[in-house]
Design a protein around this ligand. Sequence first.
Ligand code: COA
Ligand code: MG
Length: 294
Amino acid sequence: MPLAIHPRRSVLYMPGSNTRALEKAKSLPADTVIFDLEDAVAPDMKETAREQVRSAVQFGGYDKTEVVIRMNGLETDWGEEDLFAAIAARPNAILVPKVNRADDVRRIAAAFSASDLEDVAIWAMMETPLAMLNAGEIAAASQDADIPLAAFVLGTNDLAKETGARLAPGREVLLPWLMTCVAAARAHGLAVIDGVFNDFNDETGLRMECEQGRDCGMDGKTLIHPNQIATANGVFAPSEDDVASARAIIDAFALPENADKGAITVNGRMAERLHLEMAEKTIAVAAAIAAAGR
Ligand code: COA
Ligand code: MG
């Protein structure tokens, strides 16, 4: 069965109040854009941003780019109106900030079910201490057919703020939480996207953090500036070597003499059927990236 893969190597935030950025998003090679109504928008711009984002998403023109709206939390003055506007705009997903427990996702899903929103997913920001403790329970909410939870997005700036942890190069202290979110997401078939790298003119630092996120199992990285897109697209895509190794494994298992074998040798290394599955995924991801033309 073909794998349904949507590349999410580069997931670019932009303030919903910035009309130039909303327009610019149409020509940027990001796999996904997040139009933000929350942290990137000042309180006196919340209404303006909501209307601009609603009309930009409804009007469309984002072609193969996945479009996500990040609302303010339901407990804020703007959350409910944001949710109604986002539902009316029909993005690919609505990103819910500061999710603490599964019930926070259920409340959003309840608003969805009143609106017949088959193609709109819920994404959850994982950025509070409680979310780290409840990650498994939050991801498990997606097992309910009425809850279209599809992705976790790490909010590392808020996590640092709320816990007192320091965001230092290497992110050593964050690793347990990053891996907790990866495990919870994968246990329930969700995508998982890494937090932002604030120093947007430091390409070397960004590359190291992208590589770390990739090695942790993340699908991609959230970004804050267009100059970060190419690095994330490169790091989170299978390399030519990855594709060649994957092809070799697929070809080897396709040989008649290997039809009944569980483990074989490919290029001097053991390859099991689990490696065949990984190889098929690598080829599917590479094909999806090629199909997106980025
Ligand atoms: N998305 C789309 N376009 C963006 C962008 C973004 N995130 N960040 C910058 N741009 C555009 C600018 O509008 C500008 O376009 P122009 O040349 O057509 O005028 C161009 O890229 C260059 O921008 P630059 O001058 O380098 O940056 P800036 O000083 O205008 O903005 C930030 C810097 C950090 C304020 C801005 O990048 C930003 O708002 N990032 C997103 C913040 C966010 O959404 N945070 C929430 C989640 S953490
Ligand atoms: Mg946040």
